[in-house]
Write a new protein. Structure first.
Length: 174
């Protein structure tokens, strides 16, 4: 219900802006132009942010963090004879969570490659123009949005794992 109200409200605001842009007074037209310009800046900024995050992801931003955690776990295990059983149990749990995140990262990267691979070429009839399939575009957009959501979830889990690892290292050093 709230979702529907938000959609209706956004549509109403858009209609008012468009109406003012074409049929409003000079002041209303100027306000509409200013708002459209600001919206363009926001869209460009969000696009830039997404491209930057994608580049970081492709460069292995998350791989490096997971590798550092693995090194910390090996260091704690190396001094395992001085630790109690509770810390070793927590270390095992953290290593399992890290392994799960590694698997998730691998599946995200595989899906990312699949999404970025162009579809197989089809013979083109010069008399006909190729039309984009709206269902295909919707499916691709949904998969891309799902990928972004999975990346954000992975980042949150990685941050939580890092925090838990820091707590374990503090407990182990005491």
């Amino acid at each position: 219900m709230i979702k529907s109200l938000l959609k209706i409200g956004a549509l109403l605001v858009a209609c008012i802006l468009i109406y003012n842009f074409f049929f409003g007074t000079n002041e209303e037209k100027e306000t509409s132009r200013k708002i459209f310009g600001e919206m363009k800046d926001v869209v460009v900024s969000v696009g830039s942010l997404i491209r930057t995050e994608k580049d970081k992801f492709d460069a292995g931003k998350y791989d490096g963090a997971l590798d550092k955690l693995g090194g910390a776990y090996r260091a704690v295990r190396g001094r395992a004879e001085h630790l109690d059983a509770g810390i070793l149990k927590r270390l095992d749990e953290l290593e399992q969570r890290k392994a799960q995140l590694d698997k998730e990262l691998d599946t995200i990267e595989a899906t990312e490659k699949q999404l970025n691979t162009p579809p197989p070429a089809t013979p083109v009839n010069p008399k006909k123009t190729l039309k984009k399939d709206p269902k295909q575009e919707q499916t691709t957009a949904a998969k891309t949005a799902d990928q972004q959501r999975r990346k954000e979830q992975l980042l949150r889990e990685l941050e939580k794992l890092t925090t838990d690892t820091e707590k374990l290292l503090q407990d182990a050093s005491q």
